[in-house]
Each structure stands twice: as C-alpha cells, then as structure tokens.
Design a protein around this ligand. Structure first.
Ligand SMILES: Cc1ncc(COP(=O)(O)O)c(C=O)c1O
Length: 431
C-alpha cells in the first residue's frame, strides 16, 4: 500500500466528513511545496494550477516568506491586537498598493471573518431603517452565519437566506433572463438597479466583482457601471469581497480597479500572505473612522493581525510589489487564454472558458447545445489531471485554474498539455 493510502486510512478512522470535493476526490497527501510545484507523500510531483486555494500567488514556500516567518516565529507570536514592529510597515505598503481613498485598515485571519467584520461595520454605520444588505445570486462569501446570509446557493448545507436581498449576477452563459449579451443591454444590471431603488432598507451591496467560486463569472462591460452608480445615488455602500480576487489575481491589485468600481470597503485574504491565515478590511476613512464604525474592540480578535500573519503578509506583498509580479499577470493570462481556447475548440465537454487575469473557469457540460452541467465529468478530469501531475480546482461542474503569478512559460505550457491529456483520457472513457 502506498504511504498516501496508509496515511489516509489512519486519519479516516477519526476525521469528520465534510471535506471539499477537491480533497475528497483527490485523495492526496501533500508533503512539500516549492514555487508552482507540490510533492506528495509517495514522491509524485504536481504543477499546482490552483495555487493552494488561490493563496500561493508567489508560489509555495517563497524563500523570503519562509525567512520572514521563521524570524518572526523566534521573536513574537501573539500580543492580542497591540502594535508590533511590522504593522506600521504593512499599513504603509497597503496604502501604496490600494487606491488612495482606501487608506484605513483592520486585520483579521480568514475570508469569512473579514466578511463578518464588514457586516458589523455596515450595521454600525447604516442609517435607521436601513437594516438589510444586498448580495448577488451565485456569490460566495464564506460559511459563518453572517456570510451564509449572503449566499443563496447550496454550499453543501442548507442555504440560509436571512436578511439579505438578492440581485442578478452577470452569468451570461446561463442567463436567468434567457437573453444574450450585448443585445440584452445588461438587463440583469437594470433589475439590480431597480431593486436598489425600490428597497430603501438596503444599506450596502456586498459583492464579488468577479464571482469566483460560482465559476469565474466575469461581468460584461456596463454591468458594474450601472449598479455602482445606482448604489452611489442611493447611499448604498459598495462592499467588494475581494477575498479571492484581491492581491493582483486579475492583473490589477483589485479586481474593482480592473472593472472601474470604486468601493467603500474591500475585503482581502487569500492572496495576501502566501497561505498563512490573514485578512484585511480596507476602507475609506470616513466609513471606518466615523464614530459609529469605530466602537472600541470592533476590529480586535484573538488571532486577527497576529505578528506571524503580519510578517507573512508583509513579505508576500513586498515580493509582489518589488518584483513587479502583478505586471506578469496579463502576459501569462493571454498565453493561458490562447491555450484554453485551443482546448475549447478540441474538447466539446468544455462549454465555455471564462477568465479574469490568471483566474479561469471552465464550464464542463454534457453537450454544448443543452449546456447541461456535467459535474461527474468535471470530477473525472480533475482526478485524471492529478494522476498526470496537474492540480486544478473544482466545484460542481466548474474546473478552475489559477496558477501562481511566478509560473514560468514552460510550466504554463506543461500544465495546459497535462489538462489536454486529462480531457482526452476522460473523453476516451479511460476514467
Ligand atoms: C469571495 C470569497 N469570500 C469569502 C470566502 C471565505 O473565505 P474563508 O474560506 O477564508 O473563510 C471565500 C472562500 O473561498 C471567497 O472565495
């Protein structure tokens, strides 16, 4: 029996069910990561085109992050939310990376935690009677109760709709209105705008600018212009959940900047600290420093902004900034797009390829006419990819690809070649 099998069998006796589809299907035990490559317990190597879980923007175990964490680990781990030597430096660096108006920050640990923090701010600053929040269909914001209130699709448990109001996301491939872009003139956005106008109780719209978990749903031109203008006109705060997209994934530090949205609050996590749990709430000072939003203790938590997280984030963002890594994203993305378009031409099970910078979603379908989702085929491609040495991300019928920004041209070609083989194997019924 392989070492991986033995390890999996040992933990299976005790481990609660509820793993991600990726972990459950993959059945891998990883022991090491370096750059774009992972190694499992049997010595097999993988190109990691999931970048951890969108966390490894500068690859696995970047030497400067390892050194920063090791140094910090020998010095100081937790002093609640007291100031530490690096915190000021991180604030200053964030101020250079984010749009000038987003100049105030609070530090947390996970995506869901920072979503909850944003909800607390929204509740605190909302005018009397504005006691509801808007969210988008197909959005994903985490699994804590406040975040679940914004998620209206089944994420493995019952959805829990709570006190939020939903608008249409720009899911053109499966348009709920049965329309086609551009002749639709982004009617989905018009309906969100109408919602905002009709519902004066709405205090904020909490949204993913590009909807990641639902399959990299990329808004067409015009969608956000209309909605952002309506929010501004109605005094509805724009709260951008950039947990997945923030930190350069789309080719700009924020997907909002890439799309021309000027948010009031932004939530960042995955790509900030090379996989160390770390999240940032960034906002306009008039929102975060106002008397309502700044209650004592409102930004403190046991692990929020701990010195190790700050060290990992400071080192990661320093590397991204100094090495101009975000500037690499458009070139890599164009090469990847060309390769994926070629796969789309040759593999009918790929219904559509969507991309925003180095974040791609592939619709896996039974046939292109019906567009019927094919989650079992997606699972087979995912598994075949792993067996060949390519790690992707998947959920339902969507395959996602998001390699590190440091991926080389050769690694990109190799990953696409492995994906091609995985698709061919599944088509041939070999999986
Ligand atoms: C957009 C978005 N928001 C929030 C979350 C929740 O983050 P976490 O898993 O760190 O709680 C995720 C996780 O995938 C996400 O993609």
């Amino acid at each position: 029996m392989s070492r991986q099998r033995r390890l999996l069998a040992r933990e299976a006796a005790h481990l609660a069910p509820g793993a991600s589809e990726e972990a459950a299907l993959g059945q891998r035990v990883f022991v090491a990561g370096s750059g774009s490559t992972l190694t499992d317990a049997d010595g097999n190597r993988y190109l990691d085109f999931a970048a951890g879980t969108l966390t490894q923007s500068i690859g696995h175990c970047h030497p400067e992050v390892v050194t920063a964490l090791a140094d910090q680990a020998g010095r100081l781990w937790n002093v609640h939310d007291s100031a530490t030597a690096d915190r000021a430096a991180l604030c200053e660096l964030l101020a250079t990376l984010l749009p000038a108006e987003l100049d105030t920050y609070a530090f947390f640990t996970t995506g869901a935690e920072v979503v909850e923090a944003a909800l607390r701010v929204v509740a605190a600053v909302a005018a009397p009677g504005r006691n509801r929040v808007g969210a988008l269909r197909h959005g994903f914001h985490g699994k804590t109760l406040g975040a679940r209130m914004l998620v209206h699709w089944d994420i493995g448990h019952q959805s829990f709709a709570g006190n939020s109001i939903l608008g249409y996301s720009p899911y053109c491939y499966r348009c709920p209105l049965g329309l086609r872009y551009p002749s639709c003139e982004t009617r989905c956005a018009d309906l969100v705008v109408r919602h905002i106008a009709d519902k004066p109780q709405v205090s904020a719209l909490i949204f993913e600018p590009v909807l990641g978990a639902a399959g990299v749903i990329v808004p067409p031109p015009g969608y956000w212009d209309k909605i952002a203008r309506a929010c501004r006109d109605s005094g509805v705060l724009l709260v951008a959940d950039e947990v997945a997209t923030g930190g350069g994934r789309t080719g700009a530090f924020l997907a909002c900047s890439w799309l021309g949205i000027e948010p009031d609050l932004v939530l960042l996590a995955k790509g900030l600290a090379s996989g160390f749990p770390f999240a940032v709430l960034a906002g306009r000072s008039q929102v975060l420093r106002g008397p309502e939003g700044a209650a004592a203790g409102s930004t403190a938590s046991t692990f929020g902004g701990n010195p190790l997280g700050i060290a990992a984030a400071l080192a990661t963002l320093t590397v991204i900034d100094r090495d101009g890594l975000i500037a690499r994203v458009p070139g890599l993305a164009a090469a990847m797009r060309a390769g994926l378009d070629d796969l789309h031409e040759r593999h009918p099970m790929i219904g559509e390829v969507r991309g925003a910078g180095l974040l791609f979603g592939l619709e896996i379908v039974h046939d292109r006419d019906s567009r019927q989702p094919a989650p079992e085929l997606a699972g087979q491609v995912y598994r075949a990819g792993l067996d060949l040495g390519l790690r992707t991300a998947m959920g339902g019928h969507i395959l996602r690809l998001a390699p590190p920004f440091t991926t080389t041209a050769d690694e990109l070609d190799e990953g696409l070649r492995l994906l091609d083989r995985a698709l061919s194997l599944v088509e041939a019924g070999g999986r």
